[in-house]
Design a protein. Sequence first.
Length: 275
Amino acid sequence: MDKYGLIGFPLKHSFSPLIHNKAFKYLNIDAHYEKYEVSDQKFEHSILQLKESDIKGFNVTVPYKQKIIPYIDELEPLAKKVGAINTIKKSGNRWIGYNTDLYGLLIPLENHLKLISSVLIIGAGGAGNAACFALLNKKEIRKIDIVNRSKENAINLSHSLKKEFTFEGEVYDSKEIIKNRNKYDLIINTTSVGMGDLIKESPINITSVAHKKTIVYDLIYNPKETLLLKTAIKQNLRVINGLKMLIGQAKKSFEIWTGQEYPANIISEDFFYKK
Ligand code: ATR
């Protein structure tokens, strides 16, 4: 049986094993996908062990998408540019790294891109960087502002993006954004504020930055509706959670590993959120 998996911490609530194992079963592929929850102290040891193992491929999630890079033998060009990977495929004894998050992130926006020119990204970590990269690869989008708890991290992200792309973009800290007069077509939360221990919190107050047609996109998929999305729904705004992105990146990883397309219609959103 071929082995696949997911490395990260914590992984208790991950939907990835469900997504991949369902497709392996459906396509009669003799393979299994499992979680490898790895603490920061055991990270190097676990990676070296995995390198010796016969695992065919794995996903990497928070907090290791950047930290794993030194252990990768070859990076796909886009992954190299973004500096973060979420998918590894073993080829002979070599590990090849890919970033399928960028693809997944755009999936729920595809039908809306014509209506989006200005974007506010909340957060300036790895996920914030990936979101900016994915969007700036789209010609429609030329204005991206970033708001972050620490302004310094937002400034650093903006500088590194401006080396790669030509775009208009301001940075704000969480206090300054309230006084900002811009309204955005799309607001994306890339922080973990709204999940886990931060489930009762919202990363910003969207009232001052949203117009009537703003799309509010939270990369969090569990809970289904974060406080940010609940507030947006109350204001009759269009909302998107992170499930479509999760499924999108998983499908792409599946294709990289197996060379087969992820079967259509074997999973739906209800499948994950049933009580
Ligand atoms: P990831 O790779 O998932 O993006 P990260 O690199 O640790 O993770 O970045 C986390 C992001 O969430 C950062 O933008 C962080 O803000 P800081 O740059 O100020 O640290 C933001 N974040 C995390 N916890 C937060 C909190 N409690 N309130 C506001 N922002 C938070």
